[in-house]
Design a protein around this ligand. Structure first.
Ligand code: PMP
Length: 401
């Protein structure tokens, strides 16, 4: 008799569970558009050439050892990660008032930031967009924050509910934390324009709201690393404080290496160093210190001018292939005369299209066409190829007619 005899079966994760179901399907035409991982035209996972090259360098360097990293991670990795998101010539970096710690990819960075806030910040409420990445409410709740939503997406326009967003942030309690997707909002693919970001910034600063940026797709939205960090940089440029969680899963294809960073922009060096001391106290009992391999790859690439530029070319190729998939899917639906306005497919940004298909239609496409996606109708454009676009277009056409 097990001491766990009464343990209930837990539900599958709503996003990763899609892949579990896909793996079980024996159909040769099955298509996985669930998880946000890049695939080539041939439907294969991609390891970037520049990553292979960095790994070779690391492997050949006999001076490298397997010692523990500091609690805060690899110093070079932290330094260059901050430059990547805040900009090479960011005054906040020069003024030494940003603390950056290496964490376990984007998720771990969000979690460490949330634990820090729950311990040291006076306001425990975090506002997250409606809808948002499914893991956000869980990460923040379990860290001890109280989650509320702000309006973000308008299903009638399939665009941003900007008025709703402003109203909800205006009525948030002073000091509340606000989670913002830095670019390529997941799952909607809808981002504010730069003018709208500027209005959001003014409103948040005037209400004393604390911005927490989640940057999981820098370079993936537009193909340009600087353009995709503009939202974050306008908030840092005003001298105010903010949080940023970075992930290298998508933009370097380092999904399984679990490499990311949490930065906290402070008002002064003195505050930053006290904040860092407390971050160490958060991290030490959680996982002691982060793993070395992924961070070494990233640091090797970021600090070498040639490798950095090689990376940007490969990154742009991934972003461009996704953009071209949007166009091909849109054209295929038009060619079939599929009823409805599908222009949001080419207007939305980043890895995902929020199709507008409902749960029933998604179920139908999985059952009849072996196409796997999350039940909210989100499809990963990175999982699509010229070869599979017609199959998806047939399925969508059948689902809506
Ligand atoms: N935030 C968002 C919005 C995401 O889409 C993801 C990845 N799906 C993450 C954070 C974190 O991913 P990871 O932990 O793999 O870096």
């Amino acid at each position: 008799h097990s001491v766990f005899a009464n343990i209930p079966q837990g539900p599958e994760d709503p996003i990763l569970g899609v892949t579990v179901a896909y793996n079980k399907d024996p159909s040769p035409i099955k298509l996985n558009l669930g998880v946000g991982a890049y695939r080539t035209e041939e439907g294969k996972p991609l390891v970037l050439d520049v990553v292979r090259r960095a790994e070779q360098i690391i492997l050949n360097d006999r001076s490298r050892v397997k010692e523990y990293l500091p609690i805060t991670g690899l110093p070079d990795f932290n330094k260059f990660s901050a430059k990547l998101i805040f900009g090479n010539d960011s005054p906040a970096i020069q003024e030494n008032r940003i603390v950056t710690v290496q964490c376990l990819s984007g998720t771990g960075s969000l979690r460490v930031g949330a634990e820090f806030l729950a311990r040291h910040y006076h306001e425990r409420t975090i506002y997250i967009p409606q809808p948002t990445w499914g893991n956000h409410p869980k990460v923040f709740t379990i860290a001890g924050l109280s989650v509320k939503y702000y309006r973000y997406y308008d299903p009638t326009t399939r665009g941003l509910d900007f008025q709703g967003l402003l109203e909800d942030l205006r009525s948030a309690p002073s000091g509340a934390i606000v989670l913002l997707h830095a670019c390529a909002h997941n799952p909607t693919g809808v981002d504010p324009t730069l003018e709208q970001w500027e209005q959001i910034r003014q409103l948040m600063r005037s209400r004393g709201l604390l911005p927490f940026f989640d940057s999981a797709y820098q370079g993936f939205a537009s193909g340009n690393l600087d353009a995709d960090a503009q939202s974050v940089r306008i908030f840092v440029a005003d001298g105010g404080e903010c949080f940023a969680a970075q992930s290298y899963a998508k933009n370097m294809g380092l999904y399984g290496e679990r490499v990311g960073a949490l930065s906290i922009v402070c008002k002064s060096t003195d505050v930053a160093s006290r904040v860092e001391s407390q971050l160490k106290l958060v991290i030490r009992p959680m996982y002691s210190n982060p793993p070395i391999h992924g961070a070494s790859i990233v640091a090797t690439i970021l600090k070498d001018r040639n490798m950095f530029s090689e990376w940007t070319v490969e990154l742009k190729a991934m972003a461009d292939r996704i953009i071209s998939m949007r166009q091909q899917l849109f054209d295929a639906l038009r060619a079939r005369g599929t009823p409805g306005d599908w222009s949001h497919i080419i207007k939305q940004i980043g890895m995902f299209t929020f199709t507008g298909l409902n749960t029933e239609q998604v179920k139908f496409m999985t059952k009849e066409y072996h196409i796997y996606m999350t039940s909210d109708g989100r499809i990963s454009m990175a999982g699509l190829s010229s070869r599979t676009v017609p199959h998806l277009a047939d399925a969508i056409h059948a689902a809506v007619t």
